[in-house]
Design a protein. Structure first.
Length: 229
């Protein structure tokens, strides 16, 4: 576990952080869906026939579910500062240049708290902008991990939903970005660079995750996965 503390520039993050842009889109979509379903539900109930009452109730339940998603999503995600404080510092790298941005390849430990052995996987994330970084293949992009499950009370030893959030989305300070880059070991950067050609395979893998063989990990990470002698 490796935390990276820095002062989050909230105004900057709100303007460029795509994680929260996606949240706003989700909430807007849920609100629109709720409005449409409510209107349909009211219309079917107004028809006042046995079958229309049933359909009206179904649409109203759907509307309530959409409203719940709209209200629940920001609470689950938390504030911008909380997201950066909760995530581990992880290496990410530009794997592909895209017409409207870039594809990042990141190395993330998805083991849940209490699980002794780390579980390192490669993941990808499409980004539109990376302030402070060159949009060039192989560019280093220090990030934090964003980990969650699809629902509540989910068991298992690893997180189901995994993403990487660039620190550049939280601050424009070049010195902070340089410090974060330096705190990630050269072995980790070398591992990402050696696997940069696997980005397409990662995108097509189950859950868009590709497990790293412990034998391929850098020495410092490999020691963490080995059983004590």
């Amino acid at each position: 576990m490796r935390r990276f503390q820095f002062p989050v520039d909230v105004a900057h993050a709100k303007s460029v952080n795509e994680t929260f842009t996606e949240l706003r889109r989700l909430r807007a979509s849920a609100a629109l869906t709720a409005a449409i379903l409510t209107a349909l539900g009211v219309w079917f109930i107004w028809i006042a026939t046995p079958w229309s009452y049933i359909l009206g109730a179904v649409f109203c339940i759907g509307a309530a579910t959409s409203l719940w998603v709209m209200l629940w999503a920001p609470r689950k995600m938390g504030s911008i500062e909380a997201q950066y404080a909760a995530g581990d510092l992880v290496p990410a790298m530009v794997a592909e240049k895209l017409p409207s941005g870039a594809l990042l390849l990141a190395l993330v430990d998805i083991a849940k708290p209490g699980v002794e052995e780390p579980h390192y996987v490669l993941i990808t994330r499409v980004v539109r902008a990376l302030p402070g970084h060159a949009m060039e293949r192989g560019a280093k992009v220090p990030s934090v991990s964003v980990l969650a499950d699809r629902g509540t009370n989910t068991g298992g030893r690893t997180w189901q939903l995994v993403s990487a959030m660039p620190i550049a989305w939280g601050t424009p300070d070049a010195m902070v970005l340089a410090r974060a880059t330096d705190e990630i070991t050269e072995g980790e950067w070398a591992l990402l660079h050696a696997n940069i050609g696997l980005s397409e395979k990662v995108r097509k893998a189950k859950n868009q995750q590709l497990l790293i063989d412990p034998a391929d990990l850098p020495d410092d990470l490999r020691r963490a996965t080995e059983e004590p002698q």
